[in-house]
Design a protein around this ligand. Structure first.
Ligand code: NAP
Length: 324
């Protein structure tokens, strides 16, 4: 009798704890994706300028435009001078903000950072968006199938990984000195669970996630916010997918993701992506059910199995994945 009573109390306690946790997460999700539309952080408080890498198309361009719309001057960094000029003009005409452009190719590695440092010096950089990223194959592929593997590996590592700490190193000292700053790092859902057939890309994105989370822990006491954004699918040149209920438009994504600043330092960026995240119980029972169903239907051991990888490869369900 004593034992069953004890077990009942422990069971009841666990259920109450789980319910409280669920309620807390629902509240966080509500604040992050609903209230944030009404009460947005004034991004101008971080400083006058925002720097965006990979800013001439897709998510980067959308972030740059949205930041200008919210009152910041923007520095656009990408590799094509013509596109940079065009986007800078678009932003200037539409939002009346100052723009500057820096033309570099992030695949070139260390050599580009002295130039970027020179262009950024003496500017009050309040926000850095580490967005630039590329894939290494235009379809789901085994690691050894990547074309020009020797060159591509270095390019992907330089672009997706090296750029993040190097750009951070350039702007963080000024932010620490002023006691405020925001660094947004674009990771991916392929970093939440490993993604075979996008092996190198998936691995570079978990680097971005861990770097962001550690940096946030180190610098939050100095007034710096480091936010890691982990999108699912966004309609861009990289995916060439049409917008639908699962695939977000780049401008819509940047708008929603910037609303989450001040509410979360690790976010899917928008509600529809949060609902697709199997590890995210933010929005309550629905997601728990989905999460349980997903982990039962596609458990990690199955996701990583040779059988599933072969089937994926045959189906090639994402044939339009373009390396940028
Ligand atoms: N789209 C998605 O569904 C999705 C999902 C999760 C995460 N992400 C991440 O989001 C980020 C942006 O992706 P996106 O889909 O917006 O890509 P995108 O449409 O291909 O845009 C990439 C941007 O980066 C620039 N760029 C590419 N390679 C560069 C290089 N070597 N040096 C300098 N600039 C370079 C491109 O400009 P130029 O060509 O003019 O240089 C372009 O402005 C990436 O980090 C990606 O991993 C995307």
């Amino acid at each position: 009798m004593l034992l069953t009573d004890g077990l009942a109390i422990v069971g009841g306690f666990i259920v109450v704890l789980l319910l409280l946790k669920l309620l807390w997460r629902c509240w966080c999700g509500f604040r992050q994706f609903v209230l944030s539309e009404i009460w947005q952080v004034d991004l101008r408080t971080y400083g006058q300028w925002a720097v965006v890498t990979g800013a001439t198309s897709g998510i980067g361009k959308a972030y740059a435009s949205e930041l200008a719309r919210r009152g910041l001057d923007v520095i656009l960094i990408s590799r094509s001078t013509d596109k940079l000029r065009m986007v800078a003009k678009e932003i200037k005409d539409q939002y009346g903000r100052k723009t500057r452009t820096i033309q570099v190719d992030f695949t070139e590695g260390q050599s580009i950072y002295p130039l970027i440092a020179k262009e950024l010096q003496d500017l009050e950089i309040g926000i850095l968006v580490n967005n630039v990223g590329m894939t290494y194959s235009d379809h789901f592929a085994y690691f050894l199938e990547a074309p020009d593997a020797e060159q591509k590996i270095t390019q992907v590592v330089n672009c997706n990984m090296l750029s993040v700490p190097q750009m951070t190193r350039l702007v963080l000292p000024g932010m620490v000195e002023r006691g405020t700053g925001l660094i947004i790092n674009i990771s991916s859902q392929v970093a939440v669970r490993p993604q075979p057939l996008l092996c190198l890309y998936s691995a570079t994105k978990i680097f971005v996630t861990y770097f962001s989370q550690c940096l946030q822990a180190e610098y939050k006491s100095k007034g710096i916010t480091v936010q890691c954004v982990v999108p699912f699918l966004v309609s861009t040149n990289m995916t060439t997918l049409p917008v639908n209920c699962m695939v977000k438009s780049a401008p819509g994504f940047a708008h929603d993701a910037l609303n989450t600043v001040g509410y979360s330092t690790y976010t899917s960026g928008c509600l529809s992506h949060a609902l697709q995240d199997p590890l995210n119980t933010l929005t309550g029972f629905l997601i728990i059910l989905q999460s349980v169903a997903l982990s039962v239907l596609v458990p990690d051991w199955f996701l990583m199995s040779s059988f599933l990888i072969r089937q994926f490869r045959k189906l090639n369900i994402w044939p339009h994945l373009h390396g940028s």
